[in-house]
Design a binder for this molecule. Sequence first.
Ligand SMILES: C[S@@+](CC[C@H](N)C(=O)[O-])C[C@H]1O[C@@H](n2cnc3c(N)ncnc32)[C@H](O)[C@@H]1O
Length: 246
Amino acid sequence: MRQQDKIPFRKIISMVSLLNVVSDHVICPVNSNNESDFYEYEYLDETYDLCIPGCSVCDYLDRFILVLPTDADQRRILWEYLYENHVTDYEHMIDTDHNLQCIQQMLDILQNKIHSSELNVLDFGCGTGLSAKAVFPGRIYGYDMNKNMREAASQKGMKVMEEKEFWTLPKEYFHGILASYAFHMAIRVQEIEKLVFILKKEGILVANYYKEMDCERINNMLTFFHMSIVERIEDRRFGQIYVYRK
Ligand SMILES: C[S@@+](CC[C@H](N)C(=O)[O-])C[C@H]1O[C@@H](n2cnc3c(N)ncnc32)[C@H](O)[C@@H]1O
């Protein structure tokens, strides 16, 4: 039996500058695009997460090995590249029931903690709009940086904002915000500032952190913008869920 037949296939996605980190494990390059500064490889080995000076290596969605740069701006470029080019059939790559349960738990938290007869909620990084299937008495708006995701969410009947609409949202517009499996993707400080800006006073933000990635960085930004952590839920299924109040 060839090695390829028995070991799960994964694709390594790396910035060219970090190539040497994974070169020992590379089986064969499948694509190199020097213009966009990325290398892709087929990878056939055990799964692993590693921390190496200059980057971290993360097993993602059981199909990718991501070589993530330490620098957040660079990391963001890699996440955008991955979602633009490879996560084109998102719902077939994830367990949608699992994500929907995570979203439902977040919406339940928002409903319990927000004391208002009206509930306007933003699903930040809404993906394909799974929250449209959740049980919630208020109105859910979606926003995603990825155009294909926004289109898929719209098709589910979600009220989806385009980038311009998101950035021009007025102060204190939402009672609550949820971010399900989105805050690990190198969120920018301007985006965190905007999220705090559009949240009402006493409003609630709830987010989980995939593999705890970027948790400390986002917590530092949120506390800088005067959000307080009101609860931290250790959840075996969804990682750490943080609840913040403005
Ligand atoms: C792993 S998916 C999660 C989708 C959905 N929330 C779920 O639980 O199924 C992460 C989504 O967040 C979006 N995202 C990541 N960073 C973002 C940002 N800075 N602004 C808006 N959307 C972002 C990605 O495009 C992607 O669709």
